[in-house]
Design a protein around this ligand. Structure first.
Ligand SMILES: Cc1cc2nc3c(=O)[nH]c(=O)nc-3n(C[C@H](O)[C@H](O)[C@H](O)COP(=O)(O)OP(=O)(O)OC[C@H]3O[C@@H](n4cnc5c(N)ncnc54)[C@H](O)[C@@H]3O)c2cc1C
Length: 377
C-alpha cells in the first residue's frame, strides 16, 4: 500500500488544477482518473469554454473570476501554450432580466469594463445579430474563451513535472476515512493519504453517498452543436462569445474558430442521467439540434447553416446552481469540489489553487464560504 500526502480523486477540470498547485508545493501527490484526461467522458470536452468576470449568477463570484483569469495567464506563461482568446462576451436578453442587471451591477461594483449597447448598436457592430427592440445588451471586452482540453493538458504536464504521480484509466471504487487520513481503493490497489480531494465531476454523488453524505447533485445530459456560419460575420477575430438570458430559457455560444462553425448550447434543461449509462449520441432527442437551431434562426440567422457536428456532455447541477466546495462534515480530511452546475470551468484554476491551500495549509486566501454544504441542511 503506497502512501501519499494528498490524493486527488478525479483529475479533470478541478482535480488536475488542484493537483498541480498541491504538487508545486513539494507535497507528495497522487492523481487518479478513470480515463486519460483531457477526455470526452465527463464535463470538460468540446474545445471552448466562456470566461466572464462581470457575473450574472452573482457578483460574489467576481473575485474568484478575476483570480481565475490571472491564474490562466500564469498557466499560459508556465506552459508556453495559448489557452485564452480575448473575444469579449456579449450578454443579451429582454429588458430587466435579473441576469443582465446582475452583470451590470457586478461591473459597477468591481469597476470592470462593460459597454452597454442598444439592439441597434449591437446590429451596427455585428450585423450577424438581430435583437428585438425590447432587448438590452452589454459587452465585457476583457473576457473571452478558454480552450479546456489544452488547459487540462497544461496542468497535467506541469503537475507531473512538479513530481505528482498520475494514474490514468483507473477508477476509484471506495474511500475509507480512518484516524490517519483516507484509504483510497481502486480495482487492484489501495493507496493511503493524509488528505483527499474528491473532484470526480458527475461521479461525485455516488462516491459521496458511499461516505454517508447525501448532496443534492443532479448529473444532467447536455448537448452542444456547431453550425455552418458566414465566416465574414461570425469568425473569432470579429465576433464575441455570447450569453442570451431569455427569462424562460438561456443559450450561450462561441464565434467560429478555425472555420469550425458557430458553436451553441442551451444552458437550462437537459435530461437527468446516471453518468455510467449516458446516451452519448448527439441527435437522440429532437431538441439536441432543434432548440439551438431555432435560437440561431431567430437571433443569428446567417449562423443557422448546416449542422457540422454535435457533442454530448454532462452538467452536475445543484438546486441553486452554486457550487459545492467544502470539507466533509464528518471527515474533514476529505475536501469536496462538486456541483459546478454548467458554469465551473472558468473557475477551475482558482478553485484548484484554493482547494490546494485547504489541503496543504488548512485555509485558502479566497473566501469560498458561499459554496458550503450547510446551505442544503
Ligand atoms: C456542454 C458544456 C458547456 C459548458 N460551458 C461552460 C462555459 O462556457 N464556461 C464555464 O465556465 N463552464 C462551462 N461548463 C461547465 C464546466 O465545463 C464544468 O463545470 C467543469 O468542467 C466541471 O469540472 P469537474 O472537475 O467537476 O468535472 P470533470 O472535468 O468532468 O472532471 C471529473 C473527473 O473525474 C474523473 N472521475 C470520475 N469518477 C472517478 C472515479 N471514481 N475515480 C477516478 N476518477 C474519476 C472523470 O474521469 C473526470 O476526468 C460547460 C459544461 C458543459 C458540459
Amino acid at each position: 500500500m503506497q502512501h501519499f500526502d494528498v490524493i486527488i480523486v478525479g483529475a479533470g477540470s478541478m482535480g488536475m488544477a488542484a493537483g498541480y498547485y498541491v504538487a508545486k508545493q513539494g507535497v507528495r501527490t497522487l492523481l487518479i482518473d478513470s480515463h486519460d484526461p483531457p477526455h470526452t467522458m465527463g464535463s470538460h470536452h468540446g474545445d471552448t469554454r466562456i470566461i466572464r468576470h462581470a457575473y450574472g449568477e452573482g457578483k460574489q463570484y467576481v473575485p474568484l473570476a478575476l483570480r481565475s483569469q490571472e491564474l490562466w495567464r500564469q498557466l499560459e506563461e508556465a506552459s508556453g501554450d495559448k489557452l485564452f482568446v480575448q473575444t469579449g462576451v456579449l450578454t443579451a436578453g429582454p429588458h430587466n432580466q435579473p441576469f443582465i442587471q446582475e452583470v451590470k451591477e457586478s461591473a459597477e461594483r468591481y469597476s470592470l469594463p462593460l459597454e452597454i449597447l442598444s439592439p441597434k448598436e449591437v446590429h451596427e457592430r455585428w450585423s450577424g445579430i438581430q435583437l428585438p427592440d425590447d432587448f438590452s445588451a452589454c459587452l465585457e471586452p476583457t473576457s473571452g474563451v478558454l480552450y479546456p482540453e489544452k488547459c487540462i493538458s497544461a496542468y497535467r504536464q506541469l503537475a507531473v513535472a512538479s513530481g505528482a504521480t498520475l494514474l490514468t484509466d483507473t477508477r476509484v471504487i471506495a474511500l475509507e476515512p480512518d484516524s490517519d487520513g483516507v484509504i483510497v481503493q481502486t480495482a487492484n490497489e489501495h493507496y493511503t493519504a493524509g488528505k483527499v480531494l474528491l473532484s470526480a465531476g458527475a461521479w461525485n454523488p455516488a462516491l459521496l453517498a458511499s461516505l454517508g453524505l447525501s448532496v443534492p447533485l443532479a448529473p444532467t445530459r447536455k448537448t452542444v452543436a456547431w453550425f455552418g456560419a458566414d465566416e465574414e460575420l461570425y469568425s473569432s477575430d470579429r465576433f464575441p462569445a455570447f450569453i442570451f438570458n431569455l427569462g424562460d430559457s438561456s443559450y450561450y455560444g462561441f464565434p467560429s474558430f478555425d472555420q469550425a462553425g458557430v458553436k451553441i448550447g442551451r444552458h437550462d434543461g437537459g435530461q437527468m442521467i446516471d453518468p455510467d449509462h449516458l446516451e452519448r449520441t448527439f441527435g437522440t432527442y429532437l431538441s439536441d439540434e432543434g432548440d439551438v437551431r431555432s435560437f440561431l434562426e431567430t437571433y443569428m440567422p446567417q449562423a443557422a447553416g448546416p449542422l457540422c457536428s454535435g457533442r454530448v456532455c454532462i452538467y452536475t447541477m445543484t438546486p441553486d446552481e452554486h457550487f459545492v466546495v467544502d470539507r466533509h462534515p464528518d471527515y474533514p480530511q476529505i475536501v469536496i469540489a462538486a456541483g459546478f452546475s454548467g458554469h465551473g470551468f472558468k473557475f477551475a484554476s482558482a478553485i484548484g489553487e484554493a482547494t490546494s491551500q485547504w489541503l496543504v495549509e488548512g485555509a485558502s486566501t479566497l473566501d469560498l464560504s458561499m459554496f458550503s454544504l450547510s446551505r442544503f441542511s
